[in-house]
Every structure is written in structure tokens, then in C-alpha cells.
Write a protein that binds this ligand. Structure first.
Ligand code: FES
Length: 105
């Protein structure tokens, strides 16, 4: 999906994988993938601010802070965690494993 070098250290990019908008973040050369939409309201986390020391992302809308490793909320107002997805590097390709979403109806 993405290649190493496409996502600079301290930044994130959004990708659609199996109907899920996934934010992929580069924290000091480690890559993390989470749901890109905040659990508080509709904001895209890859547009937020990444803390490269703690590997956290701050929502651009109301500043909820999420741990990119676990998805847990570290600072409100959101209360629900974001989902995290396994990431692996295959050569210089960043691969994210997202289970296909069930389609209703
Ligand atoms: S939309 Fe993310 S904190 Fe409100």
C-alpha cells in the first residue's frame, strides 16, 4: 500500500483498506496503523499532531490524545479507543492487515 519514504518521520497518511480508512504513522522509523477517524466526532487523525517520543497522535479537532501502539485514549474528550492494525514491512513496502468488513443487508 505505502512505501517506506512516502511517510516522513513524525507524519501520517490515510489509506483505504477493505473499506476502512486507516491512518499509517511513522514514529521514529516504526510504523503504526490505526483507524483514521477519531472516536469522538468526525476528524481525521492523520491530520493531527504526532508525538515522536511517546508515539501518540493528537486529534486535530478537540485534541484527544491516542496511543498509536494500543489505540487507548490518553487524554479526553474521546473515551473510546481507536482500533489498531498489525503492520509489517516487506522490503520497502508497508503492509497493513485489516480484516474485511462485513457488509450489511
Ligand atoms: S473529533 Fe477527535 S477529539 Fe473531537
Amino acid at each position: 500500500m505505502a512505501r517506506v519514504g512516502e511517510i516522513p518521520d513524525g507524519e501520517g497518511r490515510a489509506f483505504d483498506v477493505n473499506d476502512v480508512t486507516v491512518g499509517v504513522f511513522n514514529c521514529g522509523g516504526s510504523y503504526f496503523a490505526v483507524t483514521d477517524v477519531c472516536t469522538h466526532a468526525h476528524a481525521l487523525l492523520h491530520e493531527g499532531s504526532l508525538d515522536r517520543v511517546r508515539c501518540t497522535i493528537e486529534c486535530p479537532l478537540h485534541s484527544t490524545e491516542f496511543d498509536l501502539r494500543t489505540g487507548q485514549v490518553l487524554a479526553p474528550p474521546a473515551t473510546e479507543p481507536i482500533a489498531t492494525f498489525p503492520v509489517r514491512l516487506a522490503g520497502d513496502e508497508i503492509q497493513v492487515c485489516v480484516a474485511p468488513q462485513p457488509h450489511g443487508g
